[in-house]
Design a protein around this ligand. Structure first.
Ligand code: HEC
Length: 159
């Protein structure tokens, strides 16, 4: 009898741990994306001339991408395909391509950080980096929903 209870408890604990891992990876990767998207808000407005150029804000988003992109691509274990996620199944079927896009994104952010020194260089270099978002987002890339839909999703709190 005790043995049966012990096994039941172990199974229940095991199930909890597996579940927690899934939710954890999904939450962490969504948090990383949110951090990048938030830091990118002001620079995006700068590209449209809606707010004044601010070198520090630009360098912040470029650093956030360099810090988060390498981590981001490790947050897609096999047990995180379902749940509170909009990551496309293609991530798991074309993993090498997905990793290459993430690596290029970090490299582009690094190159932009070195090249951007003033408003003129920002206008020339920054759009090259933002194009990298489309390397994953949208129907052509097929790794994540379109950016408009992903931005809408940021309005609901993460669980
Ligand atoms: C390497 C691929 C990749 C690149 C590059 C990328 N994203 Fe994402 N992004 C994803 C994936 C995958 C998700 C879905 C994560 C999930 O739901 O599990 C996502 C989710 C998001 C979300 C929604 C976050 C939430 O609340 O769940 C936003 C906003 C976002 N990305 C913005 C951006 C912006 C802005 C850029 C460019 C600066 C960018 N992404 C570049 C793969 C990428």
């Amino acid at each position: 009898m005790y043995r049966i209870i012990a096994v039941a408890v172990a199974v229940a604990l095991g199930a909890t741990v597996v579940h927690a891992q899934n939710a954890d990876a999904i939450k962490q990767r969504r948090e990383a994306m949110r951090e990048i998207a938030k830091a990118g808000g002001a620079p995006f407005k700068m590209t449209k001339g809606e707010v004044p150029f601010d070198l520090a804000a630009v360098q912040t988003v470029l650093k956030t991408i360099q810090d988060n992109a390498p981590k981001f691509k490790t947050l897609f274990p096999d047990d995180s395909k379902v749940g509170a996620t909009e990551a496309a199944a293609k991530i798991w079927t074309a993993r090498a391509d997905f990793n290459a896009v993430a690596d290029k994104w970090a490299a582009d952010a690094k190159a932009a950080a070195a090249a951007i020194k003033d408003e003129a260089s920002f206008k020339a270099e920054y759009p090259k980096m933002t194009q990298a978002c489309g390397g994953c987002h949208g129907t052509t890339a097929g790794f994540a929903p379109g950016l408009g839909d992903s931005f809408k999703r940021m309005q609901t709190p993460l669980q």
